[in-house]
Design a protein around this ligand. Sequence first.
Ligand code: MN
Length: 197
Amino acid sequence: MAPLTEYAANRDLDASPEPGATASDADVPIFVIQQHDAQTLHYDFRLAVGGVLVSWAVPKGPSTDPSEKRLALRTENHPLDYADFEGVIPKGHYGAGPVLVWDTGPYRNLRAKKEDASVSMEQALDDGKIEVDLEGEKIKGGYALIRTDDAEDRWLLIKMDDEHADARRHPTSTEPESVLSGRTIDDLAQEAGADDE
Ligand code: MN
């Protein structure tokens, strides 16, 4: 299947404000974490790999505490242009509800520079073992994404133990604002409220 077939099939892209299904290349690989208040509130964690955003839905969002394992359900790839999408997906559409850019920045593949073996992001995805260094505003340092044995789509997002690990921080509750606009998910919902009633 082409990398964005599922994305396009799930949406009416003429009627949704979301970006079209075009793959493109970024010079520096980026990550984005979007807060999304769809049927249930969750965080979409996305990594640019091979011209698309490989994506997971993380119900509780990322933790900065290495002892917390956060469930991450692999979802369909998204176009790179989705990384700065913020807005409200209209009612009746796939994923209806407000989306904001909770954190974003460049990332590095930590498995690319091990002495014993150099593992590409594509290979790491296949292996079910990703290790990346994130340089966001709220989220920094090493994170591992590990595929669980019980199902293809179930992964765990875990903070690696480094100088950015901090069990006392809870950025999903203390820093809810968009890093692009300063708005909260409620601000977005209220702005769209007029045509939502
Ligand atoms: Mn979502």
